[in-house]
Design a protein around this ligand. Structure first.
Ligand code: ATP
Length: 220
């Protein structure tokens, strides 16, 4: 197996999560699965220190989560929440705002159009974002993260509002992006089809504990 981006040791958080030892590999897609309320989102939020462990530690690229500068960490590890965050204004405004917060240079309209294609969103850059559907907002959020181009992406149910065909299209693009650029992608999903087709590594959580960890499901 590849080296790990995350190492979790003796992690405990309220009565929500309790994980003795868990590694998340670099340069591939890890899917976190498990029943609703099992602690998946809480775990994801811990991976970029939006929530702090009560005890135990998470090493991120070999350094304790407590040692990372928060701004530096959020540039390295970017999370997309379950509910898309929109800022008003146009689609273009919403795409560029992430780059502005991260102090990265703005990009050309051609680049923005390309990223909209990658997330299968056929909308003009000057379209008002308020008028977008839930699934379209989800894709704008994803495109915003792709533009940031972070080494590690955490996606909380990125395809929950998308139909099967759109999900497959976007997942293929994401998988290419991960493989071609050696990114680490950790995503929560309830879609068995996504896990079967795209997971390199699977972590199943139940009642706050890791109950199964495996390589790609078809290799079992
Ligand atoms: N800040 C918090 N304080 C107390 N309890 C919380 C907090 N955040 C989440 N919980 C509880 O912890 C449990 C796990 O929540 P979490 O959102 O991590 O589950 P999940 O597996 O992501 O669920 P879903 O698949 O429905 O999104 C739930 O019972 C939830 O109500």
């Amino acid at each position: 197996m590849n080296e790990s981006t995350f190492h979790i040791h003796q992690l405990h958080y309220k009565n929500i999560l309790s994980i003795d030892d868990l590694s998340i590999p670099s340069g591939m897609i890890t899917c976190i699965i498990g029943e609703s309320g099992s602690g998946k989102t809480t775990l994801l939020k811990m991976l970029n220190h939006m929530i702090s462990p009560e005890s135990g530690d998470i090493e991120i690229e070999g350094r304790s989560v407590f040692e990372w500068n928060p701004v530096e960490l959020r540039r390295e590890v970017v999370m997309m929440a379950q509910t898309p965050v929109m800022f008003g204004g146009t689609v273009k405004d919403n795409l560029l705002i992430g780059l502005r917060f991260s102090e990265k240079p703005a990009v050309t309209d051609a680049r923005l159009k390309k990223v909209l294609k990658d997330v299968h969103l056929d909308k003009a850059l000057d379209e008002e974002s308020d008028a977008l559907s839930g699934g379209e907002k989800q894709r704008v959020s994803l495109a915003r993260i792709l533009l940031l181009d972070p080494p590690v992406l955490l996606l909380d149910e990125p395809s929950s509002a998308l139909d099967e065909e759109t999900t497959q299209f976007i997942m293929k693009k994401l998988a290419e992006f991960v493989k071609n650029n050696k990114k680490t992608l950790v995503m929560i999903t309830h879609s068995t089809a996504v896990v079967r087709a795209f997971a390199d590594h699977i972590i199943e959580i139940n009642k706050g504990q890791v109950v199964r960890e495996s390589e790609h499901i078809e290799q079992q």
